[in-house]
Structures are given as structure tokens and as C-alpha cells.
Design a protein around this ligand. Structure first.
Ligand code: ZN
Length: 200
């Protein structure tokens, strides 16, 4: 954490601890076959192949958080008032299959990739509440998983079938999981909510 105000630091520090435990819980739930409903809700399917792929990516997100610091920076002064956060990283993430091992190591060591905490972050609820099937908006914990998935997995912010609406928020992420098989797996928001549901 660099350049955050004291209150931002306190919030992010607490969320970091929650993130590690949520990622562990999520991995364990998938491994023991208890994540089927959540896989279907956020990724549109629950095949063994999909479960294994998601489990591997969740484990990578956790190992990155354990092994290195993801800098959280203050984006409040420079970013629009309505934005929650922004990730700066490699478009293809840290584990892109197409890069060489030395490039991968260099990406892991590059601490320029970072999460900017934007003006609207403090207005979000800390976590979602109620049943996951009814989650509509965004929250702080989910937002940090969303940004972490951009950095580690190289996810994007995908659009719904109307090709205009970015699938932000719980309702749109669930809609995307019905509309497409591939896009939810590349949509940061779907990772954010999947991990929040399984990990809390
Ligand atoms: Zn995003």
C-alpha cells in the first residue's frame, strides 16, 4: 500500500486478510465439489474441466497474493468520481501460456502493476449481503478480487450481448453467465463475485 490515506489503509489491510482466506476457502470448496451452484451462477456451467480450470486460477491468485505485494495506490485525485478502482498490469496477466519462463518471472518481479483505489470505493458496502442469487451492485471485497483477476489472470471487462453494457455488478455478471460460455471466464466481475460467494 503506497500513498493511501490512513482510513484507506485500514480498510484495504483488513480486506487483504479476508482475501487470502476467501481464496483458500474457494479453492477447497471447488476441490470438494461444493462449488457447483456458484460455478453455474457465475460461469454458466459446472463441468469437471471448468471446475479444475477455475480451481487452478484461484490457486494462482492466492499464491501471487502470498508471494508478493500488490501495491494499492491512491487514485482518488486523478480518477473520475464514480469509479471504484483500477488495475494496472499486463493485458495477458502473469501466467499467460504464450510467454517464456523468463518473461513470466520478470512479470512476477515487476511491482509496477498495482491497484488504484478510486473515489467511489469508500462508498461501496464492505461485502455483499443476502443470497448470492440476489446480489445486484458491487462491494469492496468483490472489487479487489475483480482487480486482482485483471493483474493475475489478465481478465477483461466484458460486455453483455447488447455489445454496449459492460457486465459490472452482480445482476449483469449473472446475465453474462447465461448469455455466453466463454466471456464470463474472461470477465473480472464474474471472478469477483464467484470468489466472494465461495469464500465468505
Ligand atoms: Zn475491471
Amino acid at each position: 500500500m503506497t500513498g493511501l490515506t490512513l482510513s484507506q489503509k485500514t480498510v484495504v489491510k483488513r480486506l487483504e486478510a479476508d482475501m487470502l482466506s476467501a481464496l483458500q476457502k474457494t479453492r477447497d470448496k471447488i476441490a470438494t465439489g461444493k462449488a457447483s451452484a456458484a460455478l453455474t451462477r457465475w460461469f454458466g456451467a459446472n463441468s469437471t474441466a471448468l471446475a479444475n480450470s477455475v480451481k487452478g486460477k484461484v490457486a494462482r491468485m492466492r499464491s501471487v497474493l502470498l508471494k508478493r505485494t500488490i501495491k494499492c495506490l491512491d487514485g482518488e485525485k486523478s480518477r473520475p468520481a464514480g469509479t471504484n478502482a483500477e488495475a494496472l498490469g499486463y493485458d495477458t496477466g502473469l501466467f499467460d501460456g504464450g510467454i517464456s519462463e523468463s518473461d513470466r518471472v520478470a512479470r512476477m518481479l515487476d511491482d509496477d502493476d498495482s491497484i488504484h483505489i478510486d473515489p467511489n470505493f469508500k462508498s461501496l458496502p464492505r461485502t455483499a449481503s443476502g443470497a448470492a442469487s440476489g446480489w445486484t451492485g458491487q462491494d469492496q471485497l468483490e472489487t479487489l478480487f475483480h482487480e486482482l483477476s485483471h493483474i493475475v489472470l489478465g481478465t477483461d471487462d466484458e460486455k453483455l450481448d447488447d455489445n454496449a453494457t459492460t457486465a459490472y455488478g452482480g445482476a449483469n455478471a449473472r446475465r453474462l453467465a447465461v448469455q455466453s460460455a466463454a466471456r464470463p471466464q474472461n470477465n473480472a466481475e464474474n471472478w469477483g463475485f464467484f470468489i466472494e460467494e465461495c469464500g465468505t
